[in-house]
Design a protein around this ligand. Structure first.
Ligand code: MLT
Length: 254
């Protein structure tokens, strides 16, 4: 597995979203501080990972991450996922609860796709296969960051678009199939025993803040932070606010 690994201290495993790679977490690799060990892998097929089966379930991604945790010799890690990374973080917690020291769910949800959502996944998969990623990436940018950020920082807009445009259609299709098949994890929320931080952006239109509020209401030991004026990629759009709340949470764990 290809991954970045920086800093020393409590391990923080960062799971990127769709269709991204580990460079999504560059603002955290650069800005989390030296006293937290930040580990950011490429999920199978994305970034520097070239081989991928036809479908990657959230459980399969989680199994890859468990292998990495074992390879690194870690007993536990704080597991943090953004969007699809959050679906995977919940799968990781369901399958390897003993490894999770704390949970951070960013711009994500616990529910499964409905029929319309699944149909959208298959349409996107077809488009990725027929046309490649350029148009999909361009169409997704306005859902990832706010118009205000895109206008004020054209270089950030370009970076977010490139991040998505350069992903392999094979990886994208495998992830779409896996997300379409993912189970509803809502019933497990009430049973979560690890400290949980939920982060979202007030302007996330891809996964509405209401989804985060519902998870926070259902998870007993949870804290919700809604970062103002940012959309889906809250860690990229306001890295200072994001890093601050994550640092406080990680350093505050026993
Ligand atoms: C993501 O950002 O990981 C995806 O947009 C999540 C999704 O499509 O459900």
């Amino acid at each position: 597995m290809h991954y970045d690994d920086t800093g020393v201290g409590t391990p923080l495993l960062l799971i990127h979203g769709f269709p991204h790679d580990r460079s999504l977490w560059q603002p955290q690799l650069d800005g989390m501080g030296e006293d937290i060990r930040v580990i950011a892998p490429d999920l199978r097929g994305f970034g520097a990972s070239t081989e991928v089966p036809d479908m990657m379930t959230m459980d399969a991604y989680a199994a890859d991450l468990k292998e990495l945790v074992d390879e690194l010799g870690l007993q536990q890690a704080v597991v943090c996922g953004l969007s699809m990374g959050g679906y995977i973080a919940l799968a990781f917690l369901a399958n390897y609860p003993e490894v999770v020291h704390g949970l951070i769910l960013c711009n994500t949800r616990s529910g499964a796709d409905d029929e319309k959502g699944r149909a959208g996944r298959y349409a996107t998969a077809k488009k990725a296969r027929d046309e490649g990623m350029e148009n999909i990436a361009e169409g997704m940018v306005p859902k990832m960051i706010t118009e205000a950020t895109a206008t004020a920082h054209p270089e950030r807009r370009a970076a977010v678009k490139d991040l998505m445009a350069r992903q392999r259609p094979t990886a994208v299709i495998a992830a779409l199939r896996g997300m379409a098949a993912r189970p509803d994890r809502t019933p497990m929320l009430a049973t979560i025993k690890v400290p949980t931080l939920i982060i979202t952006g007030s302007k996330d239109e891809l996964i509405l803040p209401e989804e985060s509020e519902a998870m926070a209401a259902a998870i007993p030991e949870s804290k919700l932070v809604i970062i103002p004026d940012v959309a889906h990629l809250s860690n990229v759009e306001d890295p200072d606010a994001f890093n601050k709340v994550v640092r406080e949470f990680v350093l505050g764990l026993e």
